[in-house]
Design a binder for this molecule. Structure first.
Ligand SMILES: Cc1cc2nc3c(=O)[nH]c(=O)nc-3n(C[C@H](O)[C@H](O)[C@H](O)COP(=O)(O)OP(=O)(O)OC[C@H]3O[C@@H](n4cnc5c(N)ncnc54)[C@H](O)[C@@H]3O)c2cc1C
Length: 526
């Protein structure tokens, strides 16, 4: 006998960043909301911070295998838990730049304009920063778009090793700035500023992931009106015979396949899994997949950034930094002194450790990798990849996800790597090791159900409602029409707030502004 009701007002598929942010805004409406999450709650345990468990044994990553465009199987670095991929994220919570919302000329093509302007989006960014608990300092990054108020919390501060780079980069005329970051690091906060944050789950719950900042508060605020069920997989969305309304979800809960009905549906299963879910939901009225009749764009335009991890090594200088992810540089984000086109963003990477390196360089002895890691300063270099309809998610006849992707805009990315290597060498770090992320690293997945102003070229309208279905929304990273060159989470949260307001207005409910001001407290000393 199932413990679920047979009907809810709203069903949300996926308890990650997008789903959590939407639930959080709808929590006080008194509506009956069911959140369905395929994964469990991630246990807080010592292994959360254990390099061997996380990187060698891959204890927490999915064991699922997908196919690439040639049919080769690979195991993606994706996480299925309450909180989604953000359980393992680096908590960098930057706004996209104003130029990202407009047509942006790249070396390899144009990143398309969004259906909303930055100015329309700005108030939602302010809410998103507050929800996530972003720490930072406004006004230091020359590419930073205008903002209506300060960051919710002051910047976390640099340790001496990073302060050295801040000084030296400024001497070179660059503009390093504190990386906006969602960790609970301020007076009275629970963060202990450890080495196991970016790429690890937080044993203390001190990272602003979606479980901690969005889902749990939503459950608490809803006073029992939101039910979260875990380890429950949604197979398909079912529609009425016209195809205009979704009527139910087909899911497996506690080993039992069943259908649960609702008035309104939200897919927030992540850009790859939302596309797969809508494609699996093809029926007589939607032969190419749900919501794909007019545009044939569902699953297409998959993007994930061109990402490179860089180690800049000085053989004679140990890097004793603990929390390295405190600084970013956007001097090459737009057309710049080096090139007349955008190259991307540079940000500190969580401090690499020998054991993390041997997980991918399996041939290397750990002592050697530890020698490198002890002396390296580590950076994450991120450039925009452009939407290409041939880069796409499909579902093979056996039900397996196929991710067909060929990286583009690579010249800019290679330039970014070259420029940053040159700068590192000039600062006394002669040895540079780089690792370009491949298809397995789908951490910044987006674009597979882009929003737009025309149903012929987009899957979602500007409020993230599926154009040709009246009661279905998609609020994860699928909606992004361009990947930009900064981390996506904050923008996913902001857009989910816009969508939630649209839903509230649709219900005729007041759209109460969320309080924006979070009192500034002094930073804990670094
Ligand atoms: C190691 C790592 C570091 C990162 N660092 C950063 C960073 O510093 N800053 C940043 O902004 N971003 C970062 N990201 C990316 C960020 O985590 C994602 O952009 C974000 O989590 C995406 O949110 P989403 O709502 O689109 O999907 P997710 O948060 O992935 O949520 C999707 C949810 O749906 C569930 N689900 C999927 N399919 C189904 C189904 N069929 N039925 C039921 N449930 C389902 C999943 O289990 C998951 O919980 C990082 C990611 C990783 C992995």
């Amino acid at each position: 006998m199932s413990d679920l009701k047979t009907f809810y007002d709203v069903i949300i598929v996926g308890a990650g960043v997008g789903g959590g942010a939407l639930a959080n805004r709808l929590a006080e409406t008194g509506r009956n909301i069911l959140m369905i999450e395929r994964g469990p709650r991630l246990p807080r345990e010592d292994d959360n911070w254990n390099v061997d468990a996380v990187f060698h044994k891959k204890k927490y990553a999915t064991k699922e295998e997908w196919r690439d465009k040639d049919g080769e199987l690979f195991n993606p670095s994706t996480y299925y838990y309450v909180g989604g991929n953000s359980k393992f994220f680096g908590a960098a919570t930057l706004r996209f730049r104003r130029e990202d919302f407009e047509d942006l000329q790249h070396e390899d093509g144009v990143a398309p304009a969004w259906p909303v302007s930055y100015d329309e989006f700005e108030p939602y960014y302010a809410v998103a920063e507050r929800l996530m608990g972003t720490h930072g300092t406004a006004g230091m990054d020359p590419t930073e778009p205008p903002r209506s108020g300060p960051m919710p919390y002051p910047a976390i501060g640099h340790e001496p090793e990073i302060a050295f780079f801040e000084k030296k980069l400024k001497e070179k005329g660059l503009h390093p700035f504190p990386l906006p970051i969602a960790i609970d690091y301020h007076q009275g906060g629970s963060c202990i500023r450890c080495r196991t944050c970016d790429g690890f789950a937080c044993k203390l719950g001190a990272k602003g992931d979606a479980e901690v900042r969005l889902v749990n508060p939503a459950l608490a605020k809803s006073m029992g009106k939101i039910e979260l069920i875990t380890e429950t997989f949604v197979h398909r969305l079912l529609t009425d015979s016209t195809g205009k309304r979704v009527t139910g979800v087909e899911l497996t809960h506690k080993g039992q396949k069943q259908v649960i009905e609702a008035d309104l549906f939200v897919s927030s299963a992540g850009a790859i899994n939302s596309a797969a879910l809508l494609l699996r939901s093809a029926n007589d009225a939607h032969k190419r997949g749900l919501g794909n009749n007019m545009s044939d764009q569902l699953g297409r335009n998959y993007m994930a950034h061109n990402n490179t991890a860089m180690m800049a090594i000085s053989p004679f200088k140990k890097n004793r930094v603990v929390f390295q992810k405190s600084m970013a540089i956007n001097d090459f984000y737009l057309a710049n002194n080096e090139k007349p086109y955008p190259l991307g963003n540079v940000q500190g990477l969580g401090k690499l450790q020998g054991g993390m390196l041997t997980a991918s360089a399996t041939w290397a002895p750990e002592w050697l990798m530890s020698t490198f890691a002890d002396r390296s300063v580590d950076w994450w270099l991120m450039s925009e990849d452009l939407p290409d309809p041939n880069n796409r998610v499909t579902v093979d006849p056996d039900g397996r996800i196929r991710l067909s992707y060929t990286a583009n805009n690579l010249k800019s990315h290679n330039e970014l790597v070259k420029v940053w290597s040159r700068i590192m060498r000039s600062l006394g770090y002669p040895l540079i090791i780089t690792n370009k992320m491949d298809i397995k690293v789908s951490m910044h997945q987006c674009g597979t159900a882009r929003f737009g102003t025309a149903p012929e070229s987009s899957v979602l309208d500007p409020h993230c409602k599926v154009w040709d279905v009246d009661n279905l929304y998609v609020v994860d990273a699928s909606f992004l029409p361009s990947s930009t060159a900064v981390n996506p989470s904050l923008t996913i949260v902001a857009q989910a707030q816009r969508t939630a307001e649209h839903i509230l207005a649709r219900w005729g409910e007041p759209v109460n502004a969320l309080p924006l001001a979070t009192p500034q407290t002094s930073p804990t000393a670094a």
